[in-house]
Design a protein around this ligand. Structure first.
Ligand SMILES: [Zn+2]
Length: 299
């Protein structure tokens, strides 16, 4: 019995190593496309993936707004490309749906609420979780990876630096250590994990690009999507939380690396100029409220 368990353990470990070492090479060194030659995705839907209430805005705007409460949006996006559906971020866990107490990653700081499930929103456009072929995650904070387990057969795409970080030893900031532990728990062990290194062309035609934007976490990324009518759109991940922070280069105190955060915001500005791209900021509720929501879409 024990020997069998050991053998099974060794097999699982070997399988994990194969997935981690074997999968990512294909697109590892792809560069961002020429704007005039980039392919297009067909549709881009915004999903309501929760909202959060924080009691001290100054955590996100150091030096200002101490003790002021703030509400953030949590946003997921669905990209249709040919026969494939890519989900960008997975939001607050569905277990939190309609729970008046909410759900939290850091209970003293922020509480999340979920008013609509991903599954119900998919149903509005006749989709099921099993139709999602790829899940790309901006980073491993709980409000972005809360529902990865709903997609056991999808290819889960993330930066290798992010994966290695959540399995690295604890550092001096206990809040960050707690977030890493929660990330390991929520991410679990996706059977089809693709770790990428830097900017990566998802479909090989320049239509959807993972853009490396570290700083909020060591392997944070954003998504550049090209659509026929709407043009280029950048989905922020957490490279920035609020329009005001982007204008003034303000870095939240929970970010793991401040200079990297500033460099990543600058990279986004350069991409916006090169691609004439709009930036949709995941957690900026004021901005999110003005964007189209599923079943409406950008095309
Ligand atoms: Zn985050």
């Amino acid at each position: 019995m024990l020997r069998q368990a050991k053998l099974a353990g060794a097999f699982i470990l070997a399988a994990c190593i194969f997935v981690l070492e074997g999968a990512p090479a294909a697109h590892a060194t792809t560069k961002l496309p020429d704007p005039a030659k980039a392919g297009v995705a067909e549709k881009l839907f915004r999903l309501d993936c929760g909202r959060s209430l924080a009691n001290d805005e100054s955590v996100w705007t150091p030096g200002a707004n101490a003790g002021r409460s703030i509400e953030f949006s949590s946003t997921c996006w669905l990209v249709k490309h040919g026969d494939e559906w890519l989900l960008w971020d997975t939001g607050v866990p569905e277990e939190a749906f309609n729970d008046p107490k909410g759900w939290s990653t850091l209970p003293k700081l922020i509480v999340y609420h979920l008013d609509k499930t991903l599954t119900d929103q998919f149903a509005e456009i006749n989709l099921k979780p099993g139709d999602i072929t790829r899940v790309a995650i901006s980073h491993t904070h709980g409000d972005h990876i809360g529902n990865v387990r709903l997609f056991p057969s999808a290819r889960v795409m993330m930066q290798r630096a992010e994966y290695q970080w959540i399995y690295s030893p604890n550092g001096p900031n206990d809040n960050v250590n707690q977030l890493m532990a929660l990330a390991r728990k929520l991410l679990g062990t996706p059977k089809n994990l693709q770790l990428v290194d830097g900017d990566t062309d998802v479909f090989g035609d320049g239509s959807v690009m993972l853009v490396s934007t570290p700083g909020h976490t060591p392997g944070s990324q954003s998504l550049l999507v090209h659509l026929k009518n709407a043009g280029f759109i950048i989905l922020s991940g957490d490279v920035v939380h609020l329009e005001g922070n982007f204008e003034k280069n303000i870095v939240p105190s929970l970010n793991t690396n401040s200079p990297e955060s500033i460099a990543s915001m600058e990279k986004i500005r350069q991409l916006m100029a090169k691609y004439k791209a709009k930036l949709f900021i995941n957690h900026d509720k004021k901005q999110s409220n003005k964007l189209k929501l599923l079943p409406a879409y950008y095309d």
